[in-house]
Design a protein around this ligand. Structure first.
Ligand SMILES: C[S@@+](CC[C@H](N)C(=O)[O-])C[C@H]1O[C@@H](n2cnc3c(N)ncnc32)[C@H](O)[C@@H]1O
Length: 347
């Protein structure tokens, strides 16, 4: 597909933690901020897109699953001859004398015949041979990367590289208030992003528990509002949010009767009646009741992302509640729990 004006072709290297949600999260972030893009190809952990170059900073700040990315330089078959030819054909004038470093990695175990050290050396040698740039492996002005994937080798400039240490630092047990059944921060962030809320928009988690989703939403600059039927959770979330010097609105109440309107997006992990309590109701009625109420509380076009055990068939419940289903992801948790994660839109 030819490039549209103002867009550039980029490669995003995604984590391999989920086969489909990682790509959807990227699209949801771009959609939320109205950044037009064309999805060019999805390979294993690699997403090729035509986007406005400003999108890289946005994705770097928000995405749970982006590891690094940048402008695509070339793509070729996974053998030394084709790699050398492809590197020789790149117009390296964009370096303009800047120092550079070369790196090569492999996604999973693809194309073991091609050695990453050899590929790294080849990139360095060919760039040196075609430019005045010097190699600096400590702190180069430009990193050039080769990645060996299922679809061959891709060469790109590392424009953004994400720091994932914050997710570990925010692990649920490190917060003042902890309760079992909370999702890890990285997954919570992905859920929030799938709701498609822009910076400054109103995000709601009606089963907020200990506040994991609200913390991620507030960190991304959304107005975060949470609700829980258990007052201990409401108080606990207050402490957790304050622990990160963040702000959010908290309500004590039943998610089946959301007292809110004009919500931009909702993401939530409702109780399944196993590890987390449904406060005496069956999990299916809680989910259906919540979905029915939520469709009226969302703005037109607003999105909702929720998880539920697959046997509850949340897709059907959402359709019955007047939502259009946009996507469904599956996540096996253990032998007796596979989550269905749906993203639905208010018509
Ligand atoms: C799976 S936990 C949510 C965990 C949350 N994502 C977190 O970060 O801690 C589900 C929560 O739903 C709450 N809950 C159960 N029934 C509810 C209802 N009808 N309305 C609102 N909250 C409810 C429970 O008290 C529990 O805190």
């Amino acid at each position: 597909m030819p490039l549209k004006a103002g867009l550039e072709r980029v490669l995003l290297l995604l984590s391999g933690e989920h086969p489909t949600m990682t790509y959807s999260e990227i699209c949801a972030i771009l959609d939320s901020e109205g950044m037009g893009y064309d999805a060019i190809a999805k390979h294993d952990q690699i997403f090729l897109l035509d986007v406005n170059p400003a999108a890289m900073e946005l994705l770097g700040k928000r995405s749970a699953y982006l590891m690094e990315g940048g402008r695509l330089l070339a793509q070729c078959a996974a053998n030394t001859e084709d790699c050398a030819k492809s590197l020789e054909n790149i117009d390296w004038s964009f370096l303009g004398g800047k120092s550079f470093g070369a790196r090569a990695n492999r996604v999973r175990n693809y194309w073991r015949n091609l050695d990453t050290q050899e590929l790294q050396g080849m990139i360095g040698g060919i760039v040196k041979g075609n430019t005045d740039s010097i190699v600096n492996l400590d702190c180069p002005e430009v990193w050039i990367k080769g990645i060996i994937s299922d679809a061959g080798v891709f060469f790109y400039i590392i424009g953004v590289s994400t720091d994932r240490s914050g997710f570990t630092a925010r692990r649920p047990k490190s917060r003042p208030y902890f309760h079992p059944g909370v999702l890890e921060p990285k997954l919570s962030r992905a859920f929030v992003n799938l709701s498609g809320v822009r910076e400054g928009g109103l995000f709601v988690d009606p089963f907020c528990g200990t506040g994991g989703f609200l913390i991620e939403a507030a960190l991304m600059g959304m107005k975060a509002c949470g609700m829980d039927l258990d007052m201990r959770m409401v108080n606990g979330t207050g402490k957790n949010v304050a622990h990160y010097h963040l702000d959010c609105d908290l309500l004590h109440g039943d998610a089946k009767a959301l007292p809110l309107s004009a919500i931009d997006g909702i993401s939530t992990d409702p109780p399944y009646g196993r590890g987390t309590t449904t406060m005496g109701m069956d999990a299916a009625s809680v989910l259906l009741g919540f979905l029915r109420g939520a469709s009226g509380a969302l703005k037109k076009g607003g999105k909702l992302c929720t998880a539920a055990p697959i046997e509850l068939n949340p897709r059907r419940m959402a359709q019955e509640s007047g939502f259009k289903v946009i996507e469904e992801h599956q996540m096996r948790v253990h032998k007796s729990l596979t989550r269905s994660i749906i993203v639905v839109e208010r018509d």
